[in-house]
Design a protein around this ligand. Structure first.
Ligand SMILES: Nc1ncnc2c1ncn2[C@@H]1O[C@H](COP(=O)(O)OP(=O)(O)OP(=O)(O)O)[C@@H](O)[C@H]1O
Length: 270
């Protein structure tokens, strides 16, 4: 569990670079103003986390990020009693802290968490904006500025591990996809430090690789993989090698698919 700002919780000090793809900045701003929780939907590595970081900076709110996983329980979010010497002290979990300071709480891949977490999310995602801490008997009311944001990758989810309608319908939903070619190239130049021609070649390579998803590739290469390849290239690793390491090998272990990806890389960087 990662707290993204140093203690005490402060808004991000510097503007995280984020290139918008549509009206998401305006829509999120209005959701925040109207105290609406937001669900960010989209494939891995397409900019959801960066967007939340950027919005926290823009709105001047601290950001608390929790990477959800299958062992994450409601108690991990709420807090627990710790024994310190002869004393038993309550320690807030990330959700409780975010509520108290009016932070943006980002639950990344929320469906991965145990079902009991939805019990605590529901009262925070409607008009109540309160949390009952059974263990301490305290009712915590969300400080102004608190906002719940969840992310969700529809491609990963199977029927058994999907968000329940009663949860989904509490959230305004913003759909993300990979940026268009012009924007993705601009991101690679800024984030990866490569020149425009190299950025464009990487983006075109990704465009050829992404349809392989229909032919067995578990997930299309996200912008994140392209940024990683660009950084390696900018650091002096030969282009083909950088693409193998950061893109192809990161996507699959399947020898046939690796062969196809390798051919595409060789075609892009002869
Ligand atoms: N619109 C964008 N503006 C700036 N950088 C971007 C943008 N989209 C993607 N990136 C780059 O891609 C990287 C990966 O994006 P990010 O971590 O936000 O993905 P994500 O959608 O949250 O993925 P996951 O679902 O796996 O958590 C970022 O660190 C950033 O370098």
């Amino acid at each position: 569990m990662e707290l993204t700002s140093a203690d005490p919780l402060l808004p991000p000090a510097q503007e995280p670079f984020y290139l918008p793809h549509a009206d998401e900045v305006d829509v999120f701003t209005e959701c925040h103003r109207n105290r609406l929780p937001v669900m960010l939907k989209g494939p891995t590595g397409c900019g959801k986390t960066r967007f939340v970081e950027h919005m926290a900076w823009r709105l001047g709110r601290p950001l608390v990020t929790v990477a959800c996983h299958e062992d994450l329980t409601a108690n991990d979010l709420l807090g627990r009693y710790l024994i310190l010497g002869d004393e038993t002290v309550w320690q807030d979990g990330p959700l409780t802290r975010a509520l108290r300071v009016g932070a943006i709480l980002y639950l990344d891949e929320v469906v991965e968490a145990r079902q009991d977490t939805t019990v605590v999310i529901h009262p925070l995602s409607d008009h109540r904006r309160t949390l009952s801490l059974e263990k301490t008997g305290e009712t915590v009311v969300a400080a102004p500025g608190f906002q719940l944001v969840i992310s969700y990758n529809p491609a990963y989810q199977q029927a058994l591990k999907d968000l329940k309608p009663s949860t989904r319908q509490r959230f305004a939903s913003l759909t993300f996809d990979f940026p268009d070619r012009e924007r993705e190239a601009a991101i690679l130049m800024s984030e990866g430090g490569v020149a425009r021609d190299c950025a464009v070649t990487l983006v075109e390579l990704a465009a050829r690789m992404r349809p392989l998803r229909e032919r067995g590739l578990p997930e299309a290469p996200g912008t994140r993989t392209l940024v990683a390849a660009a950084r390696l290239i900018a650091s002096g690793i030969p282009q083909r090698r950088a693409c193998e390491v950061a893109i192809a090998d990161a996507l699959t272990d399947d020898p046939l698919l690796l062969g196809t990806l390798g051919d595409l890389i060789a075609g892009s960087f002869p």
